[in-house]
Design a protein around this ligand. Structure first.
Ligand code: TRP
Length: 337
């Protein structure tokens, strides 16, 4: 089997939720267990591109997100967890990569376009935010990753990375590697309110770190079919996030099919379906909570994991940087014969 090099990561601006888990965390654990080489990035530099005035938020979330990674089963003996800002090769690669992409190309990135609207930047788009896909290209190419587990909103970033990699190799020689995205079958989990996307800022997320009580409260107030007024009424399964979650988290597919049929026929109360969902979510979250508690009891160890991971990642990315600089004729230490 071909061993892949894998880079993935998240902006540490809040705790990770079950949407992150379905989008890419699950695939990371799977790839780790298959023996591939994983680099998992706490993307604080990217987080700063739209949080320049809020460094405290990132500082607080770095350790929380690291705990999320450990809690879902990322094993520091197998995978490298690291902090983006501790890898000096990445911003240096970014500067060189910026010459290989046009302003026009950057302004067409659909994910960045959507974010610019969501964040209401108007005419005041930070330049760092605008060009973060180039920085992300450095994150990926800096490790010569050939596989990137992500949610579907990240596809434009992989495309941009590969365009830069191809330009680089064409101009300077074959140093960098193109990457393939790895997208799960259900790349996007709706929010508890039925909106298409789960996110902390939309206040519709179930976090991996939520307590049983918090999860129960969120499930109880979940959006369902607004036309399902009386228990006897037929209900809609499409656009109903309770069933979307059951599809993903309930291991008993036959039971889910039966629940759906009953709901559509009428006579099945939302409270019953939600009860089932709560059971299923608790079964999923309980081992994650337990592992989190174990690690959280030894925070010095957790901090060592990310500092040592960062040290290792820095050497790996520096090797790529030196090869890139040699290809770009920037290896001046070799000038003297
Ligand atoms: N853009 C990603 C997000 O918003 C985070 C990220 C930064 C990332 N660098 C990466 C993901 C490299 C995969 C690979 O979630």
């Amino acid at each position: 089997m071909k061993k892949h090099i894998i880079v993935s990561g998240d902006r540490p601006t809040g705790p990770l939720h079950i949407g992150h888990y379905i989008g890419s965390l699950q695939n990371r654990v799977k790839l780790q267990e298959e023996g591939h080489t994983l680099y998992i990035m706490l993307a604080d530099v990217q987080a700063l591109t739209d949080n320049a005035q809020n460094p405290e938020k990132i500082r607080e979330n770095i350790v929380q997100v690291a705990l999320d990674y450990l809690a879902i089963g990322i094993n520091p003996a197998k995978s490298t967890i690291f902090i983006q800002s501790m890898i000096p090769a990445l911003p240096e690669l970014t500067i060189y990569f910026l010459n290989l992409v046009t302003i026009n190309r950057l302004s067409r990135n659909p994910t960045v376009k959507t974010e610019i609207q969501q964040k209401k930047f108007g005419e005041s788009i930070p330049a760092g935010f605008f060009m973060y896909p180039v920085s992300q290209a450095a994150d990926i190419a800096g490790f010569k990753a050939d596989l990137v587990p992500v949610g579907e909103d990240q596809l434009p970033m992989i495309e941009q990375t590969n365009e830069i990699v191809r330009s680089f190799n064409r101009f300077y020689g074959p140093v960098l590697v193109e990457a393939k995205p790895m997208i799960p079958p259900m790349a996007r989990l709706p929010g508890t309110d039925g909106q298409a996307k789960m996110s902390k800022s939309l206040n519709n997320a179930i976090f991996l770190s939520d307590s049983s009580d918090q999860v129960a409260k969120k499930v109880r107030s979940m959006y369902t079919d607004p036309g399902h007024v009386r228990v006897a009424d037929p209900g809609k399964v499409e656009g109903n996030p309770v069933f979307a979650y059951l599809d993903v988290f309930d291991p008993d597919k036959t039971a889910v099919t039966q629940l759906k049929e009953h709901y559509q026929r009428g006579g099945l109360a939302d409270t019953i379906v939600k009860g089932r969902l709560l059971e299923v979510l608790e079964a999923f979250l309980t081992p994650i909570r337990l592992r989190r508690q174990e690690y959280a009891a030894n925070m010095d160890y957790v901090i060592d994991v990310i500092l040592q991971g960062s040290h290792h990642a820095a050497t790996v990315a520096d090797t790529t940087l030196q090869q890139a600089k040699q290809a770009m004729k920037l290896d001046y230490h070799r000038m003297k014969k």
